[in-house]
Design a protein around this ligand. Structure first.
Ligand code: DAH
Length: 343
């Protein structure tokens, strides 16, 4: 019996030593220490031993059991640690590996320029007003001193929806809506889309963007107009920029001017962009016609104002040296992705 116990002990120890997984270890435990295990069997068969040998044998069996239990536990800990280490190694994440950058879009050049213009004017105390793109003939023309059959309507070929409804041809319509709603002092800009039945070419599009400005208060003069637009031009084109006013005509302003700035490309020396003149026209402006003021219920003997309108697309085209205006509206990603830095 003692020999048998010795064999069990050395076999079990050998198997424990060689075990290479937790399940193998568990089957060894069952094989030797389980209910039907070989050690348990020896205990059961002790009845066939002479009574005087039983206590000594019992002690030996218990000793072997304790030893194997201890070795099983140690081996289990060893195997668990080894498996954990393997897992840690195989699941290791190298946080220093460069990641693939997510695809980030960018602002459209027109949006970028519009945002910049808005922030320049807001810093000068202007509010932003927005109005409808489908406009009535009254707001788009009539109230701006452009009566039916007036030749100046020819300058703006329009998309009519009904006889009295059209896609607005100019953001100037918002001057009237604002003055009807709000009493002076008024200081607003209105950026937005406008529409004209123009042929598409490198410098024309039936859809483009304007930014309208309107200031009405007591004692507003041409000096305020010049000072405001000069400050604006310096912020957009650089502090060396000079502005020049040229006489012009708009039915809703009197007097009317066209504002030129020194060419940002050549600094005023003359180049291809400014057609060798050193100047580039950027907007139309003027003192609000008293007829327009009184039409909106504002007394022109008490109040005066100035207004201006500029083309956002034109600023984007010169700012980014875009050779063809059509590029702005074709949504070609190869073009649009060049403006990431405009964000
Ligand atoms: N609405 C004019 C246009 O589309 C631009 C303009 C000129 C707006 C003079 C104004 C202004 O407010 O005073 O050509």
């Amino acid at each position: 019996m003692l020999n048998k116990l010795g064999d069990i002990k050395s076999n079990a120890q050998h198997e424990i030593q060689e075990a290479d997984g937790l399940s193998v270890l568990e089957s060894i435990r069952v094989k030797y220490l389980g209910k039907k295990g070989s050690l348990t069997e020896i205990l059961r068969s002790m009845g066939s031993c002479p009574p005087q040998e039983r206590p000594a044998l019992g002690m030996q069996v218990n000793k072997v059991r304790a030893l194997l239990e201890e070795q099983l536990t140690r081996k289990q800990e060893e195997l668990s640690a080894k498996m954990l280490e393997l897992r840690l190694k195989s699941e290791r994440i190298d946080v220093t590996v460069p990641v693939e950058a997510p695809h980030v879009g960018s602002l459209h050049p027109i949006t970028a320029v519009r945002n910049e213009l808005i922030s320049v004017f807001m810093s000068m105390g202007f509010d932003v007003a927005e109005g409808p793109e489908v406009e009535t003939d009254y707001y788009n023309f009539e109230a701006l001193n452009i009566p039916q059959d007036h030749p100046s309507r020819d300058m703006q070929d329009s998309f009519y929806i009904t006889e009295n409804l059209l896609l607005r041809t100019q953001t100037s319509a918002m001057q009237i809506r604002t003055m009807e709603k709000q009493k002076p002092p008024i200081r607003i800009i209105c950026p937005g889309r406008v529409f004209r039945a123009d042929e598409v070419d490198a410098t024309h599009s039936p859809v483009f963007h304007q930014l309208e400005g309107l200031v009405v208060d007591k004692g507003i003069t041409m000096c305020d107009l010049k000072g405001t637009l000069d400050a604006f031009a310096k912020k957009i084109y650089g502090s060396d920029t000079k502005t020049k006013l040229r006489p012009s005509f708009f039915p809703f302003t009197e007097p009317s001017v066209e504002v030129d700035v020194t060419c940002s490309e050549c600094g005023g020396k003359g180049c291809r962009m400014c057609k060798d003149t050193g100047w580039v026209e950027i907007l139309g402006a003027g003192m609000v016609n008293p007829k327009v003021l009184s039409g909106c219920g504002i007394d022109p003997n008490v109040y005066s104002g100035f207004a201006f309108g500029l083309g956002i697309d034109r600023i984007a085209v010169t700012r980014y040296k875009i050779s063809d205006m059509r590029l702005l509206f074709e949504n070609d990603l190869r073009f649009l992705e060049q403006f990431k830095s405009a964000l």
